[in-house]
Design a binder for this molecule. Sequence first.
Ligand code: WTA
Length: 646
Amino acid sequence: MSETLSNLSREERRFEPPADLAANANLKEEAYDRAASDREAFWAEAAERLDWGQKWDQVLDWSNPPFAKWFVGGTINAAVNCVDRHVTAGNGDKVAIHWVGEPEDDTRDITYSQLKDEVSRAANALTELGVQKGDRVAIYMPMIPEVAIAMLACARLGAPHTVVFGGFSADALASRVVDCEAKVIITADGGYRRGAPSALKPAVDEAVEKTGDLVRNVLVVRRTGQDVDWNDSRDVWWHDVVDGASAEHEAQMHDSEHPLYVMYTSGTTGKPKGILHTTGGYLTGTSFTHWSVFDLKDDDVYWCTADVGWVTGHSYLVYGPLANGATQVMYEGTPEKGRWWQIVQDYKVSIFYTAPTAIRTFMKQGREIPDGYDMSSLRLLGSVGEPINPEAYVWYREVIGGERCPIVDTWWQTETGQIMISPLPGVTAGKPGSAMKALPGTAIDVVNDEAESVGNGNGGYLVIKEPWPAMLRTLWGDDQRFKDTYWSRWEGLYFAGDGAKLDEDGDIWLLGRVDDVMNVSGHRLSTTEIESALVSHPKVAEAAVVGAADDTTGQAVCAFVILRDSAGDGGEDIVEELRKHVQKEIGAIAKPRQIMVVPELPKTRSGKIMRRLLKDVAEHREVGDVTTLADSTVMDLIKGKEGSSS
Ligand code: WTA
């Protein structure tokens, strides 16, 4: 860690905000003082940007920490704020979504008026299917407009949704459906992936099998037209029930603290955590940060490349931008050579938000590709998901941003719901690699083991000191785990799980996770979850997983396994067999890059696996201090195996 710290400290490039952006910025420097002098008044003002049924009586109730209530007594409907109110305000003809399908020329432009009709129809159809306020609905879909429509229809009814990333396995879907007891699943026959249809419905069928008689209906959008198995008493086509439904739907106002959604994310144990977000505070936090961090103006064309299966897709593709009445691009595919830049050129995208892993992939492919497109419409670039290394930052700025666009490196989490640390594009001089400062209205510090501020020039743990509107309210059905995971390490501080450093100017540098969570291509994966998947294979006796540094994906999954005696040497294809097994259990993103079959694992005398040493092996370093190992020769055995497996 010390080497990284000193490397980062040598970064001396600074990029001042463009003068015109600074002069017209949505949020100016005075916001920091204003927010610090009265945080609640600051957030109340942000909440005023939304339409409320009943106004709140109290901005924040923090009388029973860590259980926060924001805008207490207020009532609000998220879908009305994201859709109807823009139509009422006379902006019905404004494009809400420029949707770009993966197959070339497969596009749809959807105005706010059309979105209102579609969301209302879907809300009516869900009501017909018996979905009531409070019921949970699972969504497992490709990146098509219906996924946003489905989410907003649920929000309109007050039926919390849980979106499961379409790349996750049937098992992962089933465990989430069971955990939040979803009675309805919305899906599609399939989606397009790298030029070919990729089925989704079979995974849903398999998941439903595993959940007993919990799931009453599966609502299926026809996207690819591929053949699907059909259960007449359970499955319903979207076009049969939504297209014919009435476009009139009277929305009810819900309590500000009514659950909006549950999003599952990896924790340090095997079982994913159901992060609960509620309505009023979440919509306030996401819409305000989307407006201020991206300096959104009425004529901007915004594009966030995240999939809706992750929190970024929730906060900065659905709720934030739509609450702000933005025009945005939604793309079905994955990053491929020039396709993204073609879209930027065609739709004159002005604000672009993506992840460092994508930027590094484009860097590898060479600047000739983006250089072939006219990207002069861009005026602001964003980054999220993992630390952006200075080289990738500078490349992004020069090659994509034409050296004129400021970059906002935004730090936040599924749990925080909203961006917490970021430059303000009209205020902050950017430093490549630093996420800079806590946003106005948030309170962040870096502390040591004793919870003392480390002060400038030092590293420690990132903590949040004051509640914020879009904060998670609890873990679905598990208040105790919520307290234990985030609030038990130090009294009154939210522990984010990230290491960080304050530089000499007091700016924040994120240094990655300090727990057993890996970050692969900006996606969180738990080492324990992958270890459990490996151990569930009949040939595996024990497994240990570490995240090893990777040039493109940030970290990559590396596994060390001990085979059962009965498995012999496992056979030639054991590594591939195990990789496939992990894909089946969790999903393709969890597939280890490398699996090493080893005779032993390094353990302390109390039996704890020393992952630090395995990481040394995975990263081809000299193995560190082995004196606490129960058997110090184990590392020689493991090192001896290096290179024998792939
Ligand atoms: C990491 C994604 C450095 C961090 C929004 C955090 C980052 C985890 C950044 C949350 C950033 C996210 N710089 N690290 N700008 N953004 N992270 O829940 O480790 O999928 O704890 O939310 O990603 O991942 P999650």
